[in-house]
Design a binder for this molecule. Sequence first.
Ligand code: AMP
Ligand code: MG
Length: 403
Amino acid sequence: MILDHLEPLPPEEACLEESVGRILTSDIIATENLPPFNNSAMDGYAVRAEETTGASEKTPVKLEIQEVVRAGHMAVTELDQGKAIKIMTGSPMPLGANTVVIKEVTRPEGEERVEIFRQANRGDNIRGKGEDVRSGDLLLGAGTRIRPYELAILAAQGVGRVPVVGNPRVAVLATGDELVDFREQLEPGKIRNSNGPALASALARWGVQVTDLGIGADDPETMEELLRAALPDFDMLIVSGGVSVGDFDFTRVVLDRLGFDEIFWRVTMKPGRPLLFGLFPSDSGDEKQRKPVFGLPGNPVSVMVCLEEFVRPAVERLQGYSPAHPGYHLSGCVENEYVTPEERQQFIFCKVTRDAGEYKIHIIRPQGSAMMGMACQANALAVSPVGTRKLKPGDTLDFRWLK
Ligand code: AMP
Ligand code: MG
């Protein structure tokens, strides 16, 4: 349902250094050959293959060294008959040479001469101009995700500005009268805001631009004011807390006043039941660019589960990826008993190990949506489907790693 309402952000230009992780919005055509010139693939000697015929350990061929070509420099001379030009990896091939004999099968005689112990074939150890990429070829297609590999080839081609899908600007607001900043001392009844920093750091890892709006009080007027002022600067809003049914849970009320179109509230999962999702109108009025808004439950463990399950695919859609809902593509064997709510899908924090080619799932007990210490012990999150009442040793569960 979330993905049905979202489209990639409009294209923009990113500088090359900041383009990793982004999605190309147009084809990039190669404007140069790669490599740009014939060059040596190895350290050794550029020679004429014909002149090494019969060379072996016992019957080396001896050639005079004519010059040394360093990488980054052109040979000054054309290779003479019966001579060799010492060459480095990446040095341009000298005219007249048609092969490179690797250094390991040679022995120098002073600086003047070299003995060659192996017959060479034409073209050996030469990287031909354009053999990797030809000028005019499609270098990278629209839709490509720029990994360091793609970044390398763009750099090699001298592409300094890259057309990519826009980068979402995401605002994070933690709500709750009980919250204080983590740098503060606690007064009685207060706790530190852990959701804000956790959300901001996870989002930053996914490459989005995050603004932490800090802490909002459980007061509809101040929350409305704060969000109204912030909204035009963001493509996505994430609020934690105040989405449940408590007397002071005002998140839905406030979002509603701001023109929120609620798509769903509450999901049959544990933890994370109170999750809220909807859309704010876009700044341009474009229906397709409405801004996703998540109301995450306040409990810190629920926040992290909802973030990965629901927010991440939404972020990825805005970023132009084909969102892969976190796939529970690994499965393992449960080691200990655990009772789950039959009517809800439960996400279970586990320690997974690998033993004799099989994953073993140790369920951490007890589990709780406010138990961050519990979550920190886990390296994996398993999912137990609706309809499961009790897990027993030997049962199979799907899981994913927690990163
Ligand atoms: P709520 O959804 O606002 O009812 O909050 C549920 C629980 O999560 C309460 O125990 C809150 O104190 C706690 N909580 C809410 N927001 C945060 C936060 N930002 N950091 C840590 N705990 C929170
Ligand atoms: Mg609250």
